[in-house]
Design a binder for this molecule. Structure first.
Ligand code: FES
Length: 141
């Protein structure tokens, strides 16, 4: 009788372990753990002198791209590089001095305002400061 109980307990435990081993990855896939991203408010986008006039640079602002522009007049401006229409990445067009979203021809001026195309709202603009040898970009509150 004791041997039978032991075998039943052993087989039941094995079956339970096997079920957990199969179900755990399935449950983790269906309900992924929430990942909290650290909120980044300030970042070094470039070094002073890195950008020639009328050029741009894409930089990472946390997990999303930003774009730093040195205008023809030598002013530094920075925006989120994510189009407000359907989240494509915008690029700087030096010949027109505008930001272009190539997905649907959305166009923004150097203040981030929509000039043409389907984007419903302006690009998020960032504050640009020079700190020593670095160009620091920060989000507005
Ligand atoms: S995603 Fe930019 S214009 Fe459509």
């Amino acid at each position: 009788m004791q041997r039978r109980n032991f075998i039943n307990f052993f087989l039941g435990g094995s079956l339970l372990g096997t079920c957990i081993a199969f179900l755990y990855p399935v449950i983790r896939y269906i309900l992924p753990a929430k990942q909290t991203e650290a909120v980044i408010k300030k970042i070094t986008a470039a070094k002073v002198g890195e950008l020639a006039p009328n050029t741009s640079k894409i930089f990472k602002f946390g997990s999303s791209p930003g774009i730093l522009i040195n205008t023809q007049d030598g002013e530094l401006r920075a925006f989120s590089a994510i189009c407000t229409h359907l989240t494509c990445s915008v690029i700087y067009e030096s010949d027109t001095g505008t930001l272009l979203c190539p997905c649907h021809n959305g166009r923004f001026d150097l203040r981030g305002n929509v000039v043409s195309g389907p984007p419903p709202s302006p690009l998020e603009s960032y504050i640009v400061e020079i700190s020593g040898e670095e160009i620091v970009v920060s989000k507005r509150d």
